[in-house]
Design a binder for this molecule. Structure first.
Ligand SMILES: [Zn+2]
Length: 317
């Protein structure tokens, strides 16, 4: 008999790439930082030179991959500022646009794979301009996540797993899958040859979610200022699935067509049709959740250090 543990993630899902792409008033200025390191793609600034040098090396590696993935990207030189803390504690990074300037803020201590994926994600926000202006902000997040996974593939399984968990929780209250056993030792979690069936859920507050059919009408500032990270995670997950189904090239074509026809944004119905999803009929989304939960995603979810496995019915944190 397989074990049937009920599992939950103690910290909930404020998934790793949660970020803000916001338009600030013109009086906002980029933070003043003394050390500047130039790369082929633009400048990285920080309080400490070592931080700027290390992130400049990551930029040299990641930026070409992001640039290659975005047709008709903007060509402005990058302006990356490494700061002690971002405006909101749950942001992983931010791309800020005023009438005169655009810059990226990232935590000065970010070095791991997740931080590299956040950098890739912010580069997408920074470089979307011109023909991309008809892209709805929610879908821009999906595009940024998608391209970050191309640029930093090691970060993808855990995040795809989390996005699938968030979406599955929205649709069905939880996600059930089979996977290896998990043993917790002094060195952290490790997978075992056993097989087990897991039922997992993310903590989300779907009550604050706008109706599915309206999500592509949300403006960037509404999105960035959302006080409910669970809602943002759901929107990111939906946008990611829609984005994966449309693909970058076709999404770009939809932006161009919307511009030609005088639409400020791609009309929502074009997006749902292109993704072959009916927002009133979530069966197609349920299928997408299962497709996202492959072996690498399941292993990454099970190795989260805040995973709690309890007896059936005991899923208290
Ligand atoms: Zn973003």
């Amino acid at each position: 008999m397989p074990r049937r543990p009920v599992s939950s993630l103690a910290r909930g899902i404020h998934h790793a790439l949660l970020c803000a792409a916001l338009t600030a008033c013109a009086s906002n200025r980029p933070p003043d930082l003394r050390q500047a390191v130039d790369t082929a793609w633009g400048t990285v600034r920080a309080a400490r030179r070592d931080d700027a040098v290390e992130i400049a090396l990551v930029v040299e590696r990641v930026a070409p991959r992001v640039a290659a993935a975005i047709p008709s990207r903007g060509t402005a030189a990058l302006d990356i500022r490494l700061v002690p803390e971002l405006a909101r504690a749950h942001w992983g990074g931010a791309t800020i646009t005023t009438a005169e300037e655009r810059w990226i803020e990232l935590p000065e201590d970010g070095r791991d794979i997740a931080a590299q994926a956040i950098l890739a994600h912010e580069l997408v926000h920074f470089w979307l301009a011109g023909e991309w202006k008809a892209l709805p902000p929610v879908l821009e997040e999906g595009l940024a996540i998608h391209v970050a996974h191309l640029a930093v593939p090691q970060a993808a399984p855990r995040e795809r797993g989390e996005l699938a968990l968030v979406l599955g929780t929205l649709l069905d209250g939880s996600v059930t899958f089979d996977g290896p056993g998990v043993a917790h030792g002094p060195a952290g979690a490790k997978l075992t040859p056993d097989r087990a069936r897991y039922t997992m859920h993310a903590r989300i507050d779907a009550g604050e979610l706008p109706p599915l059919g309206d999500i592509f009408n949300l403006e960037a500032d509404e999105l960035a200022r959302s006080s409910a990270p669970g809602v943002r995670a759901v929107l990111d997950a939906l946008a990611y699935v829609v984005m994966e189904r449309i693909g970058v090239e076709k999404l770009h074509r939809l932006c161009v067509q919307a511009g030609v026809l005088g639409h400020a944004r791609i009309p929502s119905e074009w997006i749902w049709t292109a993704a072959r999803i009916d927002p009133n009929e979530p069966v197609s989304l349920q299928r997408a959740v299962l497709e996202m939960l492959g072996t690498p995603e399941i292993r990454a979810l099970l190795l989260r250090d805040d995973l709690r496995i309890g007896a059936h019915g005991d899923d208290s944190p």
